[in-house]
Ligand binder design. Sequence first.
Ligand code: NAP
Length: 322
Amino acid sequence: MVSRNSRAEKIYDMIVLGAGPAGLTAAIYGGRALMSTLVIEPKMVGGEITLTDRLDNYPGFPEGIGGFEFGLLLEKQASRFGAEMVSIDVQAIEPLGEVKKVITSTGVYSGRTLVIATGTTPRTLGVPGEEAFSGRGISFCATCDAPFFRQKRAAVIGGGDAAVEEALYLSRFAEKVLLIHRRDTLRAVSSLRGKLMENPKVSFVGNTVVKEFKGDQKLETIILQKVTDNSIEEVNVDGAFLYIGRLPSSGFVEGVEKDSQGYIITNEEMETSLPGIFAAGDIRRKLLRQVVTAASDGAVAATMALRYIENPASPVTGKSGS
Ligand code: NAP
């Protein structure tokens, strides 16, 4: 049971929910502006980027940088400017009023402003065997598990940037990688598509959907169906990696305007529909979900949070719709 008063004494200037690039950049800007800042993150500090082998398109790293290393650097920088960090699960927020409450599994935290930067989680297919073999052959992180696939056969499901990038990474280890996509055209950017087509270890299996994952103790085969003629094929694999898009981690956020998929709607100042509540990074409704845009959102959110604290009646607060 939640103890409602256990953390009630301290009121932070800014509480940041999520320690990915958006949340940690908000913390860097908040701390540097001398706002008392708390970052709450239940999982890995650094966020999803820490699971990426290489961050290749962030300005200032001409040779790229490892995702894990990048996450550690962000954490170090936020700590240098005084941001506190706790590792706990957020259950709900109470976003109304001058002091906003964050209800967690170990108590309630209070802040004058909140920055919601909780990002997204992987989408699942919802087919038989998917749940049973998750962690037993089905994985959502090629970067974590690829080294187990030396000289083995792996399937990657999806057709976006993530699926193609991870299929390419897996091909460094695996003997064969099947990239299974429901259409005959990949959604991924042309540079990644080009690399994929040139890679002799990766075979593109288009117009194909996964009907079932099968095995005994671990995943052994996938049942595939061609969408063009409904023909069924059972394919042997040692593992399957799902990259079919992401869902916003916004279920705990109530009272703030979201779109039909659950992404939080903000304006360009990262303001949500409620005063003093900001959103940053992949959790926002936006066009380009990249580390660089997440960092930019975080910087704007913290700057606007400071402005809100200095002048809560500012006419720009509480507007939404980007
Ligand atoms: P995404 O771009 O939304 O692609 C999801 C893919 O999964 C699509 O090809 C989609 O098929 C397929 N899919 C969705 N639901 C499916 C289902 N039920 N069954 C089978 N297939 C399904 O997601 P993402 O690749 O995870 O990328 C997310 C965001 O991160 C994007 O903005 C992307 O640009 C960015 N990202 C960037 C990089 C990079 O810049 N290096 C790397 C990774 C991710 P359809 O194509 O038919 O819709």
